[in-house]
Design a protein around this ligand. Sequence first.
Ligand code: FAD
Length: 443
Amino acid sequence: KRVLVIGAVAGGATFASQLRMLDDKIEIIVFEKNATMAFANCGLPYYLGGFVKQQDHLIAATPQSFQKDRNIEVRIQHEVIAIDRDQKKITIQDHIKDTRYDETYDSLVLSPGVTPVVPQIEGLSHANCYTLRAYEDMLKIDEYVEEKPESSVCIVGAGFIGLEMAENFKARGLTVHLVQRAGHVLNMLDVELANTIEDELKEQGIHLYTDTTIDKVDQNGTTLHLANGKIIEADFLLLAVGVKPNKQLAEQSKLDIGETGGVKVNRYMQTNDPSVYAIGDVIETIDFITGSPKRVPLAWVAHRQAYVAARHIASEPIEFKGALGTAICKVFDVTGALLGHNEKSLREKNISFKTVSHESKQHAGYYPGAEKLMIKVHFSPKDGKIYGAQIVGKDGVDKRIDIIATAVSAGLTVFDLQEIEIAYSPVYSSPKDPINMIGYKAM
Ligand code: FAD
C-alpha cells in the first residue's frame, strides 16, 4: 500500500509519523513545496522576539531524520500541482531540478494549510509588506529587523498572530502600531474581556488603533492613512488579517468544498473520494458544540485529525468528534483564552443563552502574586450545556480554560463545574476555585 501526503508541517508530518507507528510496512511519501518541514509554526513569533534563541530549535525533524528514524520519505521543494483521481496519481513540480513527474497512490492525504489574506489597501504595493506563515517568512522578517533594529512596524489585524507579534516586535526593540478593523482586539472575545488585553497593550507602549483600517499607503511606502483620519509612519507592515484555505488542488480535482470554504470531509477525514483524505487548516470541520460546519485553523485540531486519518488508513478507525476551538494567547503579562462561542456568534446563530461571569484572584489573595482573573461562560438556559467560555488574567488562565475544555468534552454542564474537586493550596487556587464559582453562580 502506498500513501502520499501533501504538506509536511503540522498535519502532514504528524499524519505520516502516526501512520508509521500504526503500520511499519506502508510506503509513505510526503511532498512539501517549501524548503523546511516539520517546523513549529506556533513558535515563529517567539524566535522573532528573541525568546527562542536558535532557529533549529523550531525544527522537529528533517527529511534525513524522518527517513532514518521513521522510514518515511519527505521530498522538500516538491510542489504537488495536480491530482488525477481517476488514475489515482498526482503531478509534482520538483523545484530543485525544475522537472515534473507523476506518482500513484492508494491513499492521498491533503494537509496544505492556508495562505494569509492580503487586504485590499490603496498603495499597498509601495510598502514593505510581510506575512508570517512559512518558516521562510520568519527568516525574511528576521533579516529585515536585524538590518534595521530601530524600525517601526504597523501590524494589520489584532487576532492571535497580530497580538503575539506586537509583543515580540516590541521585545525586539521596534516601535509597534497595531491596527484592528473590529471594535476591539481578539474579536473572538466579548468586549469586556478584550478591554483588559487592550489596556495591557497600551501600558506596554503599543500604539493601538481599533475600529479602523488603513485606507491608503503613500508613495513613500511608509506613510499610512487610517480611515479614522489618523496618520501613521511605519517602515514595514505585517499583514495578519486572517487566512484562506489552500483548496486549489481540491477544487481542481472536484473534491467537495463546504459552505465555510474548507474542504469537506467526513468523521474519518475522508473527502467525497474515499481514497483522498484532508486534514488541518484546509478543511471544514464540525463544531463540537453545535454540530454545524466550522473552520478551526489550530494546531491541536490538525494533530488530532492527523491521528484520526492515520487510524482510518491503518484500518483501525476512530471518529473525529468535532472541534471546540480552544485557543490561548499571551499578550505581554496578560493571557486571553477561549473556547466555543462568544455572545456575537450565539446571537448570529439565534441560540438563546445565559451568561455567568466571575472575577476573583487566581489563588488565595493573601499569597504573593495574586492577580485578577475574569471568567465568562455562556450556557443553555434549558440544560446548562456550555456554549462558550472566555478567560483573561495574568496567571492561571491556561489551567482554567483547560478544565472547561475537559468538562465540555466530557459533556459536563455549567452546573457540574461546582463539583470539580480541584487541587488546592493557597499558592495555586482557593478552596472554591473560580471554576467552581462559575458553577455555583450559574445555579
Ligand atoms: P501547515 O502546518 O501550514 O502545513 C501546510 C504545509 O503544506 C506548508 O508547509 C505548505 O508549504 C505545504 N503545501 C501547501 N501546498 C502544497 C502543495 N501543493 N504541495 C506541497 N506542499 C504544499 N495554532 C495553535 O493552535 N496555537 C498557536 O499558538 C498557533 N500559533 C501560530 C502562529 C503562527 C505564526 C502561525 C502561522 C500559525 C499558528 N497556529 C497556531 C496555527 C497552526 O500552526 C496551524 O493550525 C497548523 O500548522 C495547521 O497545520 P496544517 O498541516 O493544516 O498546515
